[in-house]
Design a protein around this ligand. Structure first.
Ligand SMILES: Cc1cc2nc3c(=O)[nH]c(=O)nc-3n(C[C@H](O)[C@H](O)[C@H](O)COP(=O)(O)OP(=O)(O)OC[C@H]3O[C@@H](n4cnc5c(N)ncnc54)[C@H](O)[C@@H]3O)c2cc1C
Length: 456
């Protein structure tokens, strides 16, 4: 079987790449290979009753399948160059923003209409943050919510399913360079194409590494973000979340001058498990539908760890810390802030007596046995700094779930076309290490689609 273009991975990067190509040219023969399930078959077995924690499914429905890691995400599309990736370094700031806006227009056309766009422009909260040594980053954010995000994906799939060959539950095992293009292998089957777009996200990071090794494509990896997810009563943050929905706030610690930042804020949301390559970490999301909302807001506090020579395995470092929490807690650990600063573990009784009802069934424990001191000190400092702009953040009952690790895929050596050293072999989205978000990954998909369309 031969295609004009084969896309590997049906996350936002792959989807928007396929969408842009089919909507601009009906002549192209395109296939998308996805190791996970079709959207309607994606179901995480954790129901909180019979199955309480991760059972390590062969294909994790949270991370894999049509929609990629973004399918059950909060659907926050941040339109900014300030965070979410460094796509602008390859394609320029203006173009990156234009593409993110274009992605937003498509999301609105396919079911997102009526959802809210928040912006930091002109907010008085910026001054309040600066007065307290906190830096509120500039962004516009479209919040689709987990439910509408799903609807948009359903509609995009309906639009494309007769124009693109989708192969679900079909992990690509190998990519080989041929005389006139590329051969991709899925076990015993193989398919050929003129151009290949690799968009395998975070769950495909190990596979991507292997492909780069076998094709001799350079990579570099030197960063991992480690921290906790904070959960507190939504009212404590409501003045920020009502106006901005998501506020990305950065704090520079006094002790080590490390940067600690808020990440993935979910007003009235829930805390969830996340499984990356068998390691259980924590994440969060929230629903647009008020019926599904909770009384809590959650967000991550992350400390960025950059390593220098000779150490190269930053993700391995993050994984070891996550494994330690899995070893002690059998999964994610939860601790009251008051217990953490008093140097004692949390137990079920103290958590039940607290003012914050946890939205994730995690094991009460002691995060100081898991997180390196420097990281923990940074998080505690930032909680006290946030307490000045959102009094109550440093309350004893504030819950901290650990660990949250933001793994960065190693950065693949790609040029300004997002093309590898092989003509026609593109690497996009989070799998390239260049993007770390829905909007940047999607924009990279559109960008590459336009490059390909321009050549045909
Ligand atoms: C719970 C959660 C909440 C999140 N919330 C947000 C948010 O609100 N806002 C935001 O900006 N970002 C969020 N993110 C991050 C966001 O989902 C990712 O940045 C985005 O999905 C990256 O898109 P992608 O297409 O590059 O990769 P992915 O979405 O990871 O998609 C890659 C796809 O490739 C497939 N694949 C991997 N290897 C292979 C292979 N060998 N063969 C075939 N297929 C393969 C995978 O199964 C996957 O479906 C969240 C992530 C999670 C897990």
């Amino acid at each position: 079987m031969r295609y004009d273009v084969i896309i590997i991975g049906a996350g936002p990067g792959g989807i928007f790449s396929a969408y842009e190509m089919v909507s601009k040219s009906s002549a192209l023969k395109i296939a998308v290979f996805e190791s996970g399930h079709a959207l309607e078959n994606r179901k995480c077995p954790i129901d909180g009753e019979k199955i309480k924690s991760c059972i390590q499914c062969k294909s994790c429905s949270i991370m894999s399948g049509f929609g990629g890691a973004g399918a059950f995400s909060d659907g926050k599309y941040n339109i900014t160059n300030d965070f979410g990736g460094t796509l602008f370094e390859h394609i320029g700031k203006t173009q990156a923003l234009d593409l993110m806006r274009y992605v937003d227009e498509i999301n609105m056309a396919y079911g997102g209409e009526g959802t809210k766009m928040y912006t930091t422009a002109g907010t008085h909260l910026k001054k309040m943050c600066l007065q307290n040594k906190l830096n509120l980053l500039d962004a516009s954010v479209r919040h689709l919510g987990t439910d509408i995000n799903y609807v948009v994906l359903e509609n995009l799939y309906a639009e494309m399913k007769d124009k693109v060959d989708f192969y679900f539950d079909t992990p690509v095992t190998d990519v080989a360079v041929t005389q006139d293009g590329y051969r991709i292998c899925c076990g015993d089957a193989s398919y050929e194409c003129d151009r290949c777009v690799i968009s395998v996200g975070r769950s495909g990071s190990k596979w991507m590494e292997k492909v780069c090794e076998s094709l001799d494509i350079s990579t570099k990896s030197n960063r991992v973000d480690i921290g906790v997810r904070v959960e507190l009563p939504a009212v404590i943050f409501s003045h920020l979340t009502d106006e901005l929905y998501e506020s990305k706030i950065v704090y520079r610690t006094e002790k080590f001058e490390d940067r600690v930042r808020t990440f993935c804020m979910n007003p009235y949301g829930i805390v969830v498990n996340e499984n990356t390559n068998g390691i259980v970490t924590v994440n969060g999301h929230s629903y647009e539908d008020e019926q599904k909302q909770t009384a809590n807001t959650n967000f991550a506090l992350l400390v960025a760890k950059h390593f220098s020579e000779p150490f190269k395995d930053s993700n391995g470092y993050g994984e070891s810390i996550a494994r330690l929490s899995n070893m002690l807690g059998g999964g994610v650990i939860v601790q009251r802030f008051g217990d953490l600063v008093r140097g004692r573990r949390s137990n079920m009784k103290r958590i039940e007596e607290g003012l914050v009802t946890p939205t994730l069934a995690a094991t009460p424990g002691d995060l100081s046995l898991v997180l390196p001191k420097r990281i923990l000190d940074g998080i505690i400092e930032m909680i006290y700094a946030l307490d000045k702009i959102a009094p109550g953040t440093a309350n004893d009952d504030t819950l901290l779930y650990g660990v949250e690790v933001k793994f960065y895929n190693m950065e693949v050596d790609i040029d300004e076309n997002l093309e590898s050293r092989y003509k026609g072999l593109y690497v996009i989205g989070d799998g390239s290490g260049v993007t770390h978000s829905l909007s940047h990954a999607s924009a990279s998909g559109v960008y590459v689609a336009r490059q390909i369309l321009g050549q045909i």
